[in-house]
Unconditional design. Structure first.
Length: 260
């Protein structure tokens, strides 16, 4: 959802992504959360934009859902960055920016939660017609340190079979790529509104995969040539801080996201 009353807050934005994992017995509560979390997020005056999403298996676009894994994305004014970075654990972060009800729900029912604090640096596209991350340049200033990449699309029904036919091969190549840390398949509507959120040690590693792997380059070409998407978004983020993501923590601590 987009908060139109804060639409002109273009002094810069940050984003928070929580990846939540439920035990099997709590899966019905995970489905329920996608409905009842909407009200507290809609009422939250700090939040500029938010989304509640399910997940695919294998950490990428996947036609098979993972009913145990769900995610919450919120976008905030950049003025919240210092306060967010002072949160010592993910639960404290969740309580501050998602509210007591959601944080209490997660504490009671989730077996695992990971969180990332992100700064959108470059990208393009809209999310359901909205500039979710504000005014972001297509090509920003380079930085040192880890990078997160969001690739989101609304897939045309007439092109869905072509899209899904190419997903697995690219995902397997990404998982083997140098500098790859982790990825999550997230989405609002199964099969149609899908996204991959991937984490890399550096922008150089991500660029090597995106532009030097022939298979990936060909799939990107086909998405445009064959018009697979009715809407798409591609966004790169500097990773400012992580909670419960030990594989990425050394790179976050050594990175300088403001470096030119």
């Amino acid at each position: 959802m987009y908060n139109p009353s804060l639409a002109n807050s273009e002094q810069g934005r940050i984003a928070l992504l929580w990846v939540l994992r439920y035990p099997w017995w709590a899966v019905p509560f995970a489905f329920l959360s996608m409905a009842i979390f909407r009200l507290p997020l809609w009422l939250n005056r700090r939040v500029l934009f938010w989304r509640l999403m399910g997940s695919g298996r294998n950490g990428t676009f996947d036609i098979v859902p993972d009913f145990q894994q769900w995610s919450v994305l919120v976008v905030l004014p950049a003025t919240e960055q210092a306060a967010a970075q002072q949160c010592r654990h993910s639960q404290q972060l969740l309580r501050r920016y998602a509210g007591r009800f959601i944080s209490g729900w997660v504490r009671l029912l989730c077996s695992q939660q990971q969180a990332l604090l992100l700064h959108p640096r470059e990208g393009h596209g809209l999310w359901n017609g909205q500039p979710a991350f504000g005014q972001v340049p297509r090509k920003g200033v380079d930085w040192q340190g880890p990078i997160a990449v969001l690739t989101r699309a609304t897939i045309r029904l007439s092109r869905a079979s072509a899209f899904w036919k190419h997903v697995d091969a690219v995902a397997q190549q990404m998982a083997k790529a140098p500098g790859f840390v982790a990825s999550y398949g997230i989405g609002e509507i199964p099969f149609i509104k899908q996204a991959t959120f991937s984490l890399w040690q550096s922008k150089e590693h991500m660029m090597a995969f995106a532009y030097q792997l022939p298979m990936h380059k060909e799939v990107v070409r086909k998405t445009h040539a064959e018009k697979w998407y009715s809407e798409d978004m591609f966004m790169r983020f500097a990773v400012l801080q992580v909670w419960n993501l030990p594989a990425l923590e050394p790179y976050v601590q050594s990175g300088d996201w403001l470096a030119a």
